[in-house]
Design a protein around this ligand. Structure first.
Ligand SMILES: Cc1cc2nc3c(=O)[nH]c(=O)nc-3n(C[C@H](O)[C@H](O)[C@H](O)COP(=O)(O)OP(=O)(O)OC[C@H]3O[C@@H](n4cnc5c(N)ncnc54)[C@H](O)[C@@H]3O)c2cc1C
Length: 409
């Protein structure tokens, strides 16, 4: 092992915490530093939509307590933005002029919210939530009775809408696609969710782009592409992410949408790794919490010389808003060979099957039972010999679980 080992991680999100943990698990003596632009300990970013009106500064929102960093001798330098990297001399330099030497470098710079590119988007009253500051600023700007227009009906937009409604604000969700949460839901489950949302006071405009944000001096409304006007005091948009790859570009790493990494989370430069929302693996930036944890862990392990490879997790969305717990897992599109549907008035589930194995599932009104579906997809349990047309989903899942256990005996 090299002497003077200093692992430096740029960015203090979830990927960096799990990378630091993996490094410490394998290397008890090395120095580990996380250098992050945000002022605090790494926190559960996903709480910013699900728990917008809870106290986002309480300790339990942190991913690990301060004690954990001390015990594991992980040096966290908050409020510090890295502005340049020298890969020849292996140093990073921060905005305040500090130079830090590394022997292995990990970029966990995450992503920024995609900017809304329409007239009026820069007006006060237009918000997008990526970090705790954004959430604090938005909450401080609210007045009782304010109306909120939410642009983007993906998971984050719908969860944010529910937070506002629970806090007593009037909400309209505007989504350009023909249905909400189009990556997670099929037509039927999206329609059921929409009914629930309407029943709990949300106004929903589907298949509608926003043409402009109107107002003089501050946002006063949005104008939709069909010319209709929605007066509101605030606009909150959530229309995707842009990976933070400026530093990677500066040092000539191969980038496309994100920083290109192989299955070891290694970039195109020696000693430099990337993980989380800034990393592009096999043509895609995952942009998901679970992937950031896994990629951070894999990167950390490889940085210490313990080979581990990244296998993209089956995408799983656990959702619980508008009194509707649901999960969506794997590939849930109409490209499957066959699907099995379970439906009563209030309950809906659907299994998507391709090539004799389950490739995806949507279960509405029950988010607790996702594990058997995840296992079935990950293990590729075959459904041979089962009568898919006349079996119910619970029967199929019982059989799949049995086969999965048998496979592991
Ligand atoms: C409101 C919200 C809700 C979400 N909900 C879900 C969900 O339900 N499920 C899900 O799977 N995912 C969700 N996500 C996405 C999830 O949060 C991300 O995938 C995850 O946080 C990525 O972690 P990361 O460590 O890669 O990056 P980030 O969490 O983005 O952290 C990167 C950190 O690096 C810092 N940084 C950037 N550049 C520099 C620099 N030059 N120097 C120093 N520091 C720098 C940033 O300030 C930031 O603190 C949500 C995201 C948001 C914003």
């Amino acid at each position: 092992m090299e002497k003077n080992r200093h692992y430096v991680i740029v960015g203090s999100g979830v990927a960096s915490v799990y990378a630091a943990k993996a490094i410490r698990d394998h290397d008890l003596d090395a120095e580990i530093s996380i250098v992050g632009a945000e002022p605090s300990f790494p926190y559960h970013r996903i709480k910013l939509s699900k728990g917008l009106f809870t106290d986002l500064h309480q300790e339990k929102v942190s991913i690990k307590k301060e004690k954990w960093f001390v015990q594991n001798k992980i040096n966290l330098q908050a409020n510090t933005t890295v502005t340049s990297i020298d890969t020849v001399n292996r140093t990073v330099t921060s905005a305040d002029g500090q130079m830090i030497a590394y022997h292995k470098l990990l970029l966990c710079t995450g992503a920024t919210n995609r900017k809304l590119d329409i007239a009026g988007a820069a007006l006060p009253g237009v918000h997008s939530i990526r970090d705790r500051n954004d959430a604090d600023r938005l909450k401080a700007a609210l007045q009782p009775g304010d109306r909120i227009a939410i642009i983007g009906g993906g998971v984050q937009g719908v969860e944010t809408a529910w937070s506002f409604i629970e806090a007593g604000y009037a909400v309209t969700i505007i989504e350009a696609a023909p249905r909400l949460m189009i990556r997670q839901l099929d037509e039927r489950s999206a329609a059921l969710l929409e009914q629930r949302m309407l029943g709990r006071g949300a106004d929903i405009r589907l298949g509608q782009g926003v043409a402009t944000i109107t107002g003089s001096g501050r946002a006063e409304g949005v104008e939709l592409q069909d010319g209709s006007q929605l007066p509101c005091e605030h606009v909150v948009y959530s229309i995707g992410i842009v990976p933070n790859i400026t530093l990677a570009r500066q040092i000539g790493l191969e980038v496309r949408n994100g920083i290109l990494v192989d299955e070891y989370m290694q970039t195109s430069a020696a000693h430099v790794y990337a993980a989380g929302d800034n990393a592009e693996f096999e043509g895609r930036v995952d942009g998901l919490w679970g992937s950031a944890i896994e990629q951070g862990t894999i990167a950390g392990s490889n940085m210490t010389g313990n080979p581990a490879t990244y296998k993209r997790p089956v995408p799983l969305t656990l959702f619980n808003a508008f009194d509707t717990p649901l999960f969506s897992i794997g590939q849930v599109d109409e490209q499957c060979d066959i699907s099995v549907t379970g439906l009563t008035e209030e309950y809906y589930s659907r299994l998507f099957i391709k090539g004799g194995v389950i490739c995806g599932a949507i279960v509405f009104d029950n988010a607790a039972a996702s594990l058997p579906y995840k296992t079935a997809i990950e293990q590729g349990i075959r459904l041979d010999g089962l009568d898919l047309q006349s079996s119910s989903i619970p029967d199929l899942m019982a059989e799949v679980t049995k086969r999965s256990q048998y496979q592991h005996q």
